[in-house]
Design a protein around this ligand. Sequence first.
Ligand code: GLA
Length: 731
Amino acid sequence: MPISYNESARIFKLRAKDTDYILKVAPGEYLAHVYFGKKVPDEDLTYLLRLDENPFTPETNNRDKACYMDTLPFEYPCFGLGDYREPAFKILDEEGMSACDLRYKSYRIYKGKPKLKGLPATFETEESGCETLEITMEDKHAGLEAALIYTAFDRLDVITRSVIVRNIGEKPCTLTRVYSACVDFDTNEFDMITLNGSWARERAVERCRLHHGKQSVDSMRGESSHQNNPFVALCEHKADEESGEVYGFNFVYSGNFIAQAEVTQHKKTRFLMGINDMDFSWRLESGEEFTAPEAVMVHSDAGLGKMSRTFHDLYRNNLIRGEYKDKRRPILINNWEATYFNFNTEKLIDIAKEASKLGIEMLVMDDGWFGHRDSDNSSLGDWFVYEKKISGGLKSLVDEVNKLGMKFGIWFEPEMISPDSELYKAHPEWAIQVAGRELTLCREQYVLDYSRQDVRDYVFSMMKNILDSANIEYIKWDMNRQLTEVGSNALPANRQRELWHRYVLGVYELMDRVTSAYPHILLENCSGGGARFDPGMLYYSPQIWCSDDTDAVERLKIQYGTSMCYPCSAMGAHVSDCPNHTVGRTTPFATRGHVAMVGTFGYELDVTKIPQQDRDAIPGQIEEFNKYNKLVRTGDQYRIGNMFEDNTWDSWMFVAKDKSEALFEFIQVLGRPNERSRRIKLKGLDPDRYYFEESQPEIKLSGAALMNCGINIGGMWGDYQSKIMHFIAAE
Ligand code: GLA
């Protein structure tokens, strides 16, 4: 029974595998947070609500009610009644008042997990069931109800949260903040881990000790962003990959977000996560409701590695959908870094001919095939074929590629509009804009107003024309700029600030429409590389282009950071040509393959032009990818090296769930004198079983020895060298 309610103590207890999350209806009908952590027996833990010797009931000390409000650990704190920590919920009512007061009203416990209207969310499967607790809070004065929705997964240390606010009163009310989760921790002894970066260096891991006051990561760009990812881990200072308590939070949303930790006067921590309320408001008419996206909370009692593996299992099984969910993805070749905008049918066919001989399975035609697009300064919105480049039309190109035994994929940037486009000439009002203000260009483009049904319908019909015209089996959905001058020609003044969120809802609606109408198409998301690598996008696409930086060494950091909460099997990763187009570095072709192999794998180069020895290496690389892909897709990932601490080497493993085999990879980033031999301790094996490395079946060592004593990695000469080893359990 994952969720129970003790009626006399008025305590709710959610059990997610080995994790407990406990809340209590405190006197005064306030909903208080009691505990989140490793599971504990059923006993009275309400002493945790007490601060020193102070009473925790306002009834017994109403004189100091404000004090009480400022210290009680709240499940969903409101603004304006004496809790001076950051609130999760704020309103502006018709009288211009902002105070609000949500109190406990009722609860419901039920099997399964509800869908969130119009929003991505995790779901239960036959293998991993879940139970949901819905607590209804009410502010009688404001005429509002808030359903706090908690789901506990029975086989994963995961609890998810979301909130639905309903206007049950007579008057309209404006919501000015509706966060999805708040956890009031009993301590401030945490490090905060975040994933930060920029274009081409996304999700670098940063770890800082919490300090008094507020520290946060956020996005105000209209997308989850290159700069900060909607992920935060709070962990004990001593926590590392294998040990220590860790709380991971991830927001299932692709727009503006905030994740904030606040250390209070009493050395406690309030953690909040939700839609960023900067420039946000949402008007609720009587009878209307607003749904806040889902926040995922993971608890680990064994370090960051276990936290990551829990996220990976959750996302692989209970978030990613579609035909490719559990399938090896086709090995593709993308023409972006091969040709940029300079291609035509003949060039693409040349690439496909050579690629098909080498075993590559799909050609992806990237940006530049539509309108009159010869550079990034035109045609977004004109989703019809550029006949000058694609002479003979799309169908004949795709048929030709299919004849070579390859699938065909295509690039779209459906949310955008170029000023130089037929669409803009016909519908300048469809761009997001503030009427009368000059619009800010970014990559020579504007953003379409996806809050509008007519805009989404039109884009869908154009995409449909293309998708119906030829045998297209993959879409790369790109999004290459952030939002500015956020205003809509279709919304009234008192709903303009809803546009940020309505935009994201519109994107989700169209993605849902495309994936439902074309379920066999593999969708890969992308946003100037990895600016929308978030769980919201994973709900629609089983893979996301990880970064525009394809350099194998830079990718070590990017893929490491991304793996904090996202599975490697969802990371778009390609072998590209050298010197690398982003950093100018030359790395061995084999190393590029070994780094891309732990992602979705593919090529992004002109296979007709690369050195013969690289071309010759491709069939072997493909064989290796095929051999290990199942292990990478379904196994447990163990990080061994950490380039953020020592950038001279990296290493990781993927271990089969039944511990029967493991893939070990080692990268010598820099060759160093007297460091040519290293002892590396393996991870994740069964200590009691014996393993041999595939190339040396005569040598068997116990999992215990391999993990506690380690193996010698030697004989590597030079920079950027890689080695892979395959350990198999002896029967
Ligand atoms: C973005 C993507 C690239 C490529 C270009 C095309 O930058 O990340 O992979 O598709 O757009 O313009």
